[in-house]
Design a protein around this ligand. Structure first.
Ligand code: PLP
Length: 390
C-alpha cells in the first residue's frame, strides 16, 4: 500500500475514534438503565411473562401513538412482521415482489416463504432507497398492465407488490414511488425496520403503504430485546394479521379454534415491557442520534474521500446508522479499511452483500443493479449508539 493510502485509512479511523468510545464494541448498542430493570422486575413480580399480558397492549398503544397509525400488531421480530404483512396482502406463487437488492436478507426470505419470487431492483445513491424514476422506466420496458395487473413480459408472472426499505433510517421520495405503484398496480409494504422516528413530509415511515414493518432488535433505535411490529391503517389487514400472528387462532371467549395455517409470531410480555421502557426515551434517543450525526457531519465536512450521508429534502431521518460514502478514487481501499478497523477495534461496518449476488438468490429476476453494486463497495457505517451523541 502506498504511504498516502495508509495515511488516508489512519486518518479516517482516528476521525471515527474521536466520536466512538472504548467501551462501545458494536455498531449500535442499546441504552438501558434502571427503568428497564424495574419494568422487567414488575413483569416477574406480576407473573406476566408470556404473550398474554398488559405490557404487550401498552407497547402496541405507544407505537400506535408515536407513528399515528390506526392499528399495530406486535411480533416476535421485524422479519416475522414482513412475513405476516406479505401474507396479509395475499402474496403467492403467481407473484413477483420487487425488493431492493441493497437490502437486509429478511424481505427476500419472507417473499420466498410466501412461495412468491423476489425481483431485485436498483437504488439511488442519494438515500440508498429504491429509485422511483429508474423503477418507472424499468417497468415500462419489462412489463405490461392488463386487467389491472402488472405482468412481467418475460416470466408471465404478476408483478404484485414492492417493498421499499428505509435504509439506515433514511427516507426516499415516497410520493414518487406511490405514483409508480399506482401506474403499475403494485401494492406496497414498507420495510421500516430501521426507521422508527423517521418521517417523510411529517408522516411516519411505514404509514404510506398498506402496511409498515418495524424491528425492535437489540441494535435498533429502541429495543425490546427481539421484536417487531406491523403498523397499518387497514382494518382487514389488521384483523388477518391478528389471527396469523397467533398460529391462525380466531378470537373466542373459550374455544381454541385455528382458521389459517400459521406459526406463532407473538411478542412476549417480557419483551414488550422492555419496549415500553424504551419508548419512554424515544425522543431522548432521537435527540442524541441527531447530535451524533451533527458531530460526524462536522468531522467529515472538509473530507474529500469520505462523504457523510445526510437526510434529503422533505425527510427527517432517525440517523439510525450514520453512513459515509467512500469516493470512487479510493474504492480499492475498502477491504483494507475494514481489516484495519478490526485490528484497531473501531466498530465500523460494511453493508450487506447485494442480495442478487448471494448463491441461492442468483436465479431470480433483476433489473440492472449498477448503483447497488457500486454502493456496496463504497458504503461504510459508523458507530451509531445513541450514547455517543452525548
Ligand atoms: C431493513 C431490515 N429489514 C428487516 C429487518 C429484520 O428485523 P429483525 O432483525 O427484527 O428480524 C432488519 C433488521 O436488521 C432490517 O435492517
Amino acid at each position: 500500500m502506498k504511504r498516502n493510502e495508509i495515511n488516508l485509512i489512519n486518518n479516517f479511523l482516528s476521525t471515527v475514534k474521536k466520536v466512538s468510545r472504548a467501551d462501545i464494541n458494536y455498531i449500535h448498542e442499546p441504552f438501558l438503565n434502571h427503568k428497564e430493570k424495574s419494568i422487567l422486575n414488575d413483569c416477574i413480580t406480576k407473573n406476566q411473562v408470556s404473550a398474554v399480558g398488559n405490557y404487550k397492549n401498552k407497547f402496541e398503544k405507544l407505537i400506535k401513538k408515536f407513528t399515528k397509525s390506526k392499528y399495530v400488531i406486535s411480533t416476535s421480530t421485524g422479519t416475522s412482521a414482513l412475513h405476516l404483512a406479505l401474507r396479509a396482502i395475499g402474496a403467492n406463487k403467481d407473484h413477483e415482489i420487487l425488493i431492493p437488492s441493497f437490502n437486509f436478507i429478511a424481505a427476500a426470505n419472507a417473499v420466498l416463504y410466501c412461495n412468491s419470487t423476489p425481483h431485485f431492483v436498483d437504488i439511488n445513491s442519494k438515500n440508498l432507497g429504491i429509485d422511483p424514476d429508474y423503477l418507472n422506466s424499468y417497468l415500462n420496458k419489462i412489463s405490461k398492465v392488463k386487467n389491472n395487473k402488472c405482468i412481467n413480459k418475460k416470466t408471465n408472472k404478476i408483478i404484485y407488490a414492492v417493498i421499499p426499505v428505509y435504509v439506515f433510517g433514511n427516507s426516499y421520495d415516497i410520493e414518487k414511488l406511490i405514483k409508480v405503484c399506482r401506474k403499475f398496480k403494485l401494492k406496497m409494504i414498507e420495510d421500516s425496520a430501521e426507521a422508527l422516528g423517521t418521517f417523510y413530509k411529517g408522516r411516519h415511515a411505514g404509514t404510506y403503504g398498506l402496511a409498515g414493518c418495524l424491528s425492535f432488535n437489540g441494535n435498533k433505535i429502541i429495543t425490546s430485546g427481539s421484536g417487531g411490529a406491523v403498523i397499518t391503517n387497514n382494518k382487514k389487514i389488521y384483523e388477518f394479521i391478528s389471527k396469523l400472528v397467533f398460529n391462525g387462532k380466531i378470537k373466542h371467549n373459550y374455544e381454541l379454534i385455528y382458521e389459517n395455517q400459521s406459526l406463532n409470531f407473538r411478542l412476549s410480555d417480557l419483551n414488550a415491557a422492555l419496549g415500553c421502557a424504551q419508548m419512554e426515551k424515544i425522543s431522548f434517543f432521537l435527540k442524541l442520534k441527531r447530535q451524533l450525526a451533527k458531530k460526524y457531519m462536522k468531522l467529515f465536512e472538509k473530507n474529500n474521500s469520505f462523504y457523510f450521508l445526510t437526510e434529503n429534502a422533505n425527510t427527517k431521518s432517525n440517523y439510525w446508522l450514520n453512513t459515509v460514502i467512500l469516493d470512487d478514487k479510493h474504492i480499492n481501499l475498502r477491504n483494507k479499511i475494514f481489516q484495519k478497523a478490526k485490528l484497531k477495534k473501531v466498530p465500523i461496518r460494511p453493508v450487506w452483500k447485494p442480495l442478487h449476488s448471494l448463491n441461492y438468490l442468483k436465479k431470480y429476476p433483476k433489473s440492472k443493479l449498477k448503483i447497488t453494486n457500486k454502493m456496496y463497495k463504497k458504503v461504510i457505517n459508523l458507530p451509531s449508539s445513541a450514547i455517543l451523541g452525548k
